[in-house]
Design a protein around this ligand. Structure first.
Ligand code: ZN
Length: 158
């Protein structure tokens, strides 16, 4: 699978693309491997403010500049390599009846950490297998802005 990113800290929601790949595959596990040292995968809530929090915290933990690698190729992305260590390069996701069995608020992201737009390669492997137990998750439209909370979920009033 190929994912094009728009530049540093671009968070690309790859959930729908992964869903498409496992359609009709039955039960098992999808292994998602990102072939990169300056981008990363993570799972979290599809919330714009949260994505900004994640970007800011990564930048605080590992600031730009002053890294030895910056002068190796002259690409100035030492911080990108180091930030990628804090996240993942692979994920293993359960698949049930040809669908990703994610939690209600879970969205799969590819986060670009390099200093320019890149074309990212993701190696996907499906491993068939029987689930030990089935836990039905609440359906939710992850894409919509004004999401409706799933049944039984009370959003805290501000
Ligand atoms: Zn580099």
């Amino acid at each position: 699978m190929i994912v094009n990113t728009k530049g540093e800290m671009d968070a690309v929601d790859i959930t729908a693309s992964l869903e498409e790949k496992v359609k009709g595959l039955g039960d098992g596990m999808l292994h998602v491997f990102l072939k990169s040292t300056t981008s990363a995968l993570f799972i979290n809530e599809a919330d714009t403010a949260l994505l900004q929090d994640i970007r800011e915290q990564l930048a605080k933990l590992i600031p730009k500049g002053g890294h030895r690698h910056d002068s190796t190729w002259g690409d100035g992305n030492g911080h990108s390599h180091l930030r990628s260590l804090l996240l993942s390069h692979d994920l293993t996701l359960p698949v049930r009846d040809g669908r990703l069995d994610l939690g209600t608020w879970q969205t799969v992201y590819l986060l670009e950490l390099d200093v320019r737009p890149r074309t990212r390669q993701i190696s996907l492997t499906f491993i068939p297998g029987k689930p030990i137990e089935r836990i039905a998750s609440q359906p939710v439209n992850r894409k919509s802005e004004g999401r409706v909370a799933p049944q039984g979920f009370q959003k805290q009033s501000a």
